[in-house]
Ligand binder design. Structure first.
Ligand code: SAM
Length: 310
């Protein structure tokens, strides 16, 4: 228990589309079996998103002393830096905004407050702390708690009709801040991360998934879309890491969900270990189709290093 009487444990401080919390047991089963004993290993996550795997991994494998995380989304990266460096200021500001919001008497007044805040958030640049306070506020009060921007980079998720949402989770921020103390935070394209990684690194890649169909796509984390060229660039990075004897694990959607003959990733990652698994999807473009869907876990380390899949 921490100062606030809640279970200690770092976990995502933002709800983020594609979050991997549900998939952690499956991911754990395909990690290199030696990970728990290795010393001097750096964990690298170039598409950090909500960071579910990072927070779980650093707590589960305390021998991993260092991590490098990256994302192309500047609001997200700023939030990680603020949580890392200014947790108490963040908690104070979120508590203040939560008190203001909870005092609003009607849904209409909450909607108006939300919409004004969204306008302020889209008036960039904002000071870093303010940017993160507004990001977390919008994440807790918008429809379905997701982050989505339009082609101009404007956050455009509508109001969510929650009466008393919890906007500030102090224990989550403090636990995340402590864990981020051993993490280097980078902003940019995934390919730029390689220049910052030491020889003994383990990579987990969780890119925006390849859309299963044109309408099912949720691919709006940032102004730039993650297209076929990006998927190919990522496969090239994985091949480059393989030639350097660096281990990696990658997740993606399975195109065979909609076309059993689609061998897109089987071709792109030919020669590596490809496993087909079932995962729960909680956010899609409409936010209403939930259920199990086939996903892929691909890695470049020998099968005998991997514990049996549960
Ligand atoms: C599927 S999400 C990651 C989900 C995350 N693993 C989690 O558990 O929440 C993909 C992330 O990749 C980021 N991204 C998109 N294009 C990128 C690029 N070219 N380089 C680096 N990050 C990118 C998005 O901003 C998004 O946060």
């Amino acid at each position: 228990m921490d100062l606030f009487g809640e279970a200690v444990g770092a976990k995502p401080f933002l709800k983020w589309a594609g979050g991997k919390r549900q998939l952690i047991p499956t991911i754990q089963a395909v990690l290199p079996a030696t990970l728990r004993q290795e010393q001097g290993l750096t964990y690298v996550e170039p598409f950090i998103g909500g960071g579910a795997v990072l927070f779980w991994l650093l707590q589960t494998y305390p021998n991993i002393q260092r991590a490098i995380i990256n994302d192309i989304n500047p609001d997200l990266v700023t939030a990680y830096r603020v949580v890392q460096q200014r947790p108490q200021e963040l908690i104070n500001a979120l508590t203040a905004i939560q008190e203001q919001y909870h005092r609003l008497p009607t849904e209409e007044s909450r909607r108006a407050y939300f919409e004004e805040t969204r306008v302020e958030f889209n008036t960039r640049p904002l000071e870093e702390l303010r940017n993160t306070v507004l990001l977390i506020f919008l994440n807790r009060t918008c429809f379905n708690g997701l982050y989505r921007v339009n082609s101009k980079g404007h956050f455009n998720v509508p109001f969510g009709r929650y009466a008393q949402p919890t906007i500030c989770h102090p224990h989550t921020i403090i636990a995340a801040s402590q864990l981020l103390g051993r993490v280097t935070i980078l902003e940019g394209d995934f390919a730029t991360v390689l220049a910052h990684t030491p020889a003994n690194s383990f990579f987990y890649f969780d890119p925006p998934y390849k859309p299963l169909s044109k309408t099912a796509a949720f691919n709006a984390y940032a102004t730039e879309t993650f297209d076929a060229v990006s998927q190919q660039r990522l496969a090239n990075v994985c091949r480059e890491l393989d030639t350097r004897c660096q281990r990696w694990l990658l997740s993606n959607s399975d195109p065979q969900n909609t076309d059993a003959a689609d061998s897109y990733f089987d071709d792109l990652y030919a020669g590596f270990t490809i496993q087909r698994i079932q995962a729960k999807r909680s956010i899609n473009s409409k936010g209403d189709s939930r259920g199990k869907i086939g996903e892929l876990l691909i890695n470049n380390y020998a099968a005998e290093q991997v514990a049996e899949l549960a």
